[in-house]
Design a protein around this ligand. Structure first.
Ligand SMILES: *Cc1c(COP(=O)(O)O)cnc(C)c1O
Length: 389
């Protein structure tokens, strides 16, 4: 859309291109290929001289609508949709890096991203140095002549550690590297990394963009120049977003702003309430003044977000008691849903790392992560209170 519109308007209206039938709601184009009007048109499409669809591994109109809508929300020139959040991260790396290149990455990132960088890319000659999410000096020290990518996720999972995007962007620029931010926890409603100086934004659309836990998808966003290689990798290797999933995300994004606002407001209230519970030792939530980076949170996020974690006195037994005493909250490692979810990181999402490494990362046996949904705050509190008592 050419004019300037607010985020909530873009979330509903951008990416709309009606077909000859003038449908109101976005259609799902379930077709693997597209027909040409002539041999000359087919040739022009394949040569890239004429825009248009060829084959659904490259583009499909529903996916294109999703890409335009998310690009408008993140303020990005180009969005490339992928089959999952992990394939977004893989496509970003494959599109931008070569054997012999080096990544500097936050240590506090999604478990599968750690595996991808540490165990898979390393087999193909791409090396990663893991550093502290919150200490820009460590990033500066880790830079090598072949560093091409900085990778960060903020707030981090599960301890809600923040990274200063603007500071990291400055160090990346000085080092000739691009800064990629996994913006899954905040979404563009709460945090817009490109405005803060980042070069690339990554999403697991599986989480808040859908928001209702239905399908997997992802996206990589950035300048047209930086997305060229990413697009080529996807076309060739094929982890493309399906038309059906793109449609789910288009519909999900229409309610993104009101969901993020409502879920973030509830998370804030629950975080405050948890802080007052005698059995709770510590609450990790960027929206609370007790968070060590609260000032940074106020600078780079418009809200605290819908995810929080807290330490229970009494270690694993006490934490499991809270989990097992819930009747409504879902016991699942997933997040970003309208249904509130609870997880015990030490024995689930972070169970594969050694107890020493877990301790060093601050993920104790008494830690619980809560991803707050759309139920009433009072009902969520009631469900937690039983196990906290
Ligand atoms: C879930 C998640 C991913 C991976 O996304 P998938 O869609 O599951 O592949 C990446 N980053 C973060 C922060 C996530 O929460």
């Amino acid at each position: 859309m050419e004019e300037e519109y607010d985020l909530e308007t873009l979330a509903v209206r951008s990416g709309v291109h009606r077909s000859q039938y003038n449908e109101h709601s976005e259609p799902i184009f379930l077709t693997s290929s597209f027909v040409f009007e002539s041999a000359a048109q087919a040739a022009a499409r394949f040569k890239g001289e004429e825009p248009g669809n060829i084959y659904a591994r490259f583009t499909n109109p529903t996916m294109t609508a999703f890409q335009e809508r998310l690009a408008s929300l993140e303020g990005a020139e180009v969005c490339v949709a992928t089959a999952s959040g992990m394939s977004a991260i893989l496509s970003c790396v494959m599109g931008l890096l070569n054997a012999g290149d080096h990544i500097v990455s936050s240590r506090s990132i999604f478990g599968s991203t750690v595996q991808l960088f540490g165990n898979i890319l390393s087999r193909f000659g791409i090396e990663t140095t893991f550093v502290s999410a919150s200490d820009p000096a460590e990033w500066e020290k880790a830079v090598k002549p072949n560093t091409k990518l900085f990778f960060v996720e903020t707030p981090s999972n599960p301890l809600m550690e923040l990274s200063d995007i603007a500071s990291l962007a400055m160090i990346a620029k000085k080092s000739g590297a691009r800064l990629a931010v996994d913006n899954c926890f905040c979404t563009p409603i709460i945090q817009r990394p490109l405005e803060l100086g980042a070069d690339i934004v990554i999403h697991s659309a599986t989480k808040y963009l859908d928001g209702q836990g239905r399908v997997l998808g992802g996206a990589v966003l950035g300048s047209a120049e930086s997305m060229e290689g990413v697009k080529n990798f996807l076309r060739t290797a094929g982890p493309t977003m399906s038309a059906f999933n793109a449609w789910i995300f288009l519909k999900g994004m229409e309610t993104l702003k009101i969901r993020m606002e409502a879920q973030s407001k509830s998370a804030h209230e629950i975080a405050q309430w948890l802080e007052a519970q005698p059995s709770v030792e510590r609450v990790y939530y960027p929206g609370l003044p007790s968070h060590p980076q609260h000032e940074l949170a106020k600078r780079q996020q418009s809200m605290g977000g819908a995810i929080l974690s807290f330490d229970i006195r009494g270690g694993r037994d006490a934490a499991w008691r809270v989990v097992d005493s819930t009747k409504m909250i879902s016991i699942t490692a997933n997040l970003g849903d309208t249904k509130t979810t609870i997880t015990h990181p030490a024995t689930t999402t972070h169970g594969r790392i050694s107890p020493e490494a877990r301790q060093a990362a601050g993920i104790g046996e008494g830690l619980l992560r809560l991803a707050v949904g759309l139920e009433s705050v009072e009902d969520i509190k009631k469900d937690l209170a039983r196990g906290l008592a």
